[in-house]
Design a protein around this ligand. Structure first.
Ligand code: CU
Length: 67
């Protein structure tokens, strides 16, 4: 857990959104932990060798967009 990436994802509004985004991100290579704060709409990802493109693609695949 030596890297932290944060993304603002304004489209997240409930537990379903949180679950969908977390599931997709958890499957990305290097990701060890995903934290979603629905109040601030911020996703925090911790892991090793995190790739910005892959993380953004996962958020996209979940049906949301990183701002
Ligand atoms: Cu929702």
């Amino acid at each position: 857990m030596n890297e932290t990436m944060t993304y603002s994802v304004p489209g997240m509004h409930c537990g379903h959104c949180k679950h969908a985004v977390s599931e997709e991100l958890a499957a990305v290579s290097g990701v060890e932990a995903v934290e979603v704060d629905l109040d601030s709409k911020v996703v925090t990802i911790r892991g090793a060798n995190l790739a910005d493109g892959a993380l953004r693609a996962a958020i996209d695949a979940a049906g949301y967009q990183a701002a």
